[in-house]
Design a protein around this ligand. Sequence first.
Ligand SMILES: Nc1nc2c(ncn2[C@@H]2O[C@H](COP(=O)(O)OP(=O)(O)OP(=O)(O)O)[C@@H](O)[C@H]2O)c(=O)[nH]1
Ligand SMILES: C[C@H](OP(=O)(O)O)C(=O)O
Length: 207
Amino acid sequence: MQVLVPYDVQEPKTRLSAVFDANQRQAFSRVMLDDVLRSLHKAGHDPIVLATAAIDCESSVIIDERPLTVAVNGEIDARDPPTGVVMADLGLVTAGALNRLFETPGDVVIAPGVGGGTNALVVRESAFQVDYHGLSFRDHCAAARQKGYEVSVVDSFRLAMDVDEPDNILEVLLHGEGCAREWLTNSGASVDQTGDEPTLSFSEELE
Ligand SMILES: Nc1nc2c(ncn2[C@@H]2O[C@H](COP(=O)(O)OP(=O)(O)OP(=O)(O)O)[C@@H](O)[C@H]2O)c(=O)[nH]1
Ligand SMILES: C[C@H](OP(=O)(O)O)C(=O)O
């Protein structure tokens, strides 16, 4: 299956501005992309990065400066189904979780994200169009059903966690298995266990 990985090169992860500066957000975003690509390779796929600008990468890269939804729909239209779309910010992703997604039957298979987004998709009917942002999970289910397509939802903790907000970083520190976790640790992030609940903490010397 051809799998696309959308990737914003220039100004990624703006919702992490409270904890990381622009250079750190670019670096963190890149290390998460590399984790996703590594997991896709391990799952037996040869992904294409759908990037907003050129990047140095061992995987194939298509550059499309258009907004996310337009760029992804352009690629779904341009190729024979099935097409997979896996976001680059899945900090807990594993090959096993991706295999479960790809092996799930259905015209449109969706792995929802916490907060209501769509973290990964398999489109087996090329007339299906994505519409990202907002509550895209609900929107994608409704749009697919309206066309009479069979929708499958993949219930996966590892695919549901996209790293958008600082709180999500805690989950990568707790459960991550890739280089993103190591990058966070090297950047001074850690789990503070002194209170009733674990919280995210940053060591100032390392920042
Ligand atoms: N090709 C492409 N990918 C995008 C674009 N915007 C976001 N992405 C990617 O789509 C996925 C989901 O992105 P979001 O979480 O919505 O946005 P983000 O830029 O990562 O983070 P925020 O700035 O905090 O919204 C990530 O893999 C992004 O790298 C875009 O305009 N074009
Ligand atoms: C792209 C968008 O991502 P989020 O804003 O939920 O991270 C979505 O999944 O619709």
